[in-house]
Design a protein around this ligand. Structure first.
Ligand SMILES: Nc1ncnc2c1ncn2[C@@H]1O[C@H](COP(=O)(O)OP(=O)(O)OP(=O)(O)O)[C@@H](O)[C@H]1O
Ligand code: SF4
Ligand SMILES: [Mg+2]
Length: 401
């Protein structure tokens, strides 16, 4: 069998900036308590799975969320769909803060935000027929009268490329790719405005992956659905997502439009991830073809490193990286980065770009000018989405759109 390529043209950015936000996430945090064993269980720590992430997903757009295993991608997706309650932060969906809604108040919004799960084997109940699996949301939310459920299920199966006559079959009668299509049909049943696709193809055979990505792009275009597309590496989201956020140990370290991220990544972690993508143009990694190998293990999210969480694996780390957490600064019209030494590969500055924020550091000055520079950095580090101003890394001044 030949592998069909991902043959849909890459989605362009909406012309009016990134478009109106459908979802705006501010400082979203999800910690899981770690309890002691024994009869009296006490909380002895917290897994800081997601720790203050901010981003927006534009209406009908697609944001990719990428990072190594355990960095908090699924947890972010599960909090957004309210499968988990957030520990802190805000999630505005069409202006309404989902984080503050009770389970009952969330019910109408559940229709609008659906999830496609990573594992098409465990996410479908093996005892239910496809007709029941896809039909249940239609019945629960009373989307169509009971006597129309079957015909709607068949329509949905057709949309995702399955035989509509197979509605009475069980999941084990389908291949992995077909099961993922069933999961997509279930997610589409409620005509959501936002789909959280949690590594929707990583459990599938390589030959099937492109077919499923093509299908997701088709449904996005046809129904205008916005996507939060979660993936392990940067190769799949490159095609699907006009904007991509890179996560490391519960934090976003870089977020940018496709062009900036793949050609002018500024964070050492993004640069390392890009060097592992075989078909990224040479220019994206500064003309270097060799892979940047990340040494050491990802630290535990129960006890993350102080300051920059990436510092234990970063070749550029200096003392300031252990003392201060770098803010996520907007450094271009559609690029933000959290690194004291942000710069293109091979061109990282010798002095921290964030120095004005830390007048107490050895050798720093506390002049009025420094204070002004610090205010400028804070100004471009505050909100999710793209502001009209950004820090020009070359000159240290703020540029206005
Ligand atoms: N229910 C839970 N209770 C306690 N810890 C959890 C829970 N769910 C996730 N975690 C922890 O939170 C961290 C982030 O997990 P998460 O599943 O979000 O990562 P991920 O980026 O999706 O990883 P993967 O790529 O392997 O799917 C991990 O350390 C994980 O062990
Ligand atoms: S802040 Fe320091 S440790 Fe973190 S990525 Fe930048 S250089 Fe590396
Ligand atoms: Mg996951």
């Amino acid at each position: 069998m030949t592998t069909p390529p991902i043959d849909r043209p890459a989605l362009p950015l909406p012309e009016n900036g990134t478009g109106e936000p459908l979802l705006e996430v501010r400082n979203l945090t999800k910690w899981f308590p770690v309890n002691s064993s024994g009869v009296i269980r006490r909380t002895i720590g917290q897994v800081q799975a997601v720790d203050g992430v901010s981003f927006t997903v534009p209406k009908g757009g697609a944001l990719g969320l990428v990072g190594e295993s355990g960095c908090g991608k699924s947890t972010t997706g599960r909090v957004i769909t309210r499968l988990y309650d957030p520990t802190a932060g805000e999630m505005f969906f069409e202006g309404q803060d989902m984080a503050k809604l009770s389970k009952k108040q969330m019910l109408p919004l559940r229709r609008e935000v659906q999830m496609i799960f990573q594992d098409p084997y465990s996410s479908l109940n093996p005892r239910h027929t496809v007709g029941t699996i896809v039909g249940v949301p239609l019945r629960v939310h009373k989307v169509v009268p009971d006597n129309k459920v079957l015909s709607r299920v068949q329509e949905l199966l057709e949309v995702v490329g399955l035989n509509p006559e197979h509605y009475n079959r069980y999941p084990n009668e389908f291949s992995g790719g077909q099961r993922q299509r069933i999961g997509i049909a279930r997610a589409l049943a409620l005509q959501p405005k936002l789909l959280v696709a949690d590594e929707p193809v990583s459990a599938l055979d390589v030959s099937i992956q492109a077919q499923v990505v093509n299908l997701l792009q088709d449904v996005q275009r046809e129904f205008g659905i916005a996507f939060l597309f979660i993936a392990h590496d940067l190769s799949i989201v490159r095609h699907f997502c006009p904007e991509v956020a890179v996560m490391y140990l519960g934090k976003i370290v870089e977020i940018a439009d496709r062009e900036s991220l793949y050609h002018r990544a500024m964070h050492p972690y993004t640069q390392a991830l890009l060097s592992a993508v075989p078909d990224v143009k040479q220019a994206a990694i500064g003309g270097r073809r060799e892979r940047i190998r990340l040494t050491g293990d990802v630290p535990s999210p129960v006890d993350p490193p102080s300051g920059c969480r990436f510092r234990t694996r970063c070749q550029l780390a200096q003392e300031i990286c252990a003392r201060h957490e770098p803010p996520l600064m907007q450094i271009g019209p559609r690029q933000k980065v959290a690194c004291h030494f942000a710069g293109e590969i091979g061109h990282h500055p010798a002095q921290p770009v964030t120095a004005p924020l830390y007048p107490e550091e050895p050798g720093a000055s506390a002049s009025a000018q420094t204070q002004e520079s610090a205010d400028r950095i804070r100004e471009v580090s505050s909100d999710p989405g793209w502001g009209p101003r950004w820090l020009d890394l070359g000159s240290g001044s703020v540029v206005e759109r």
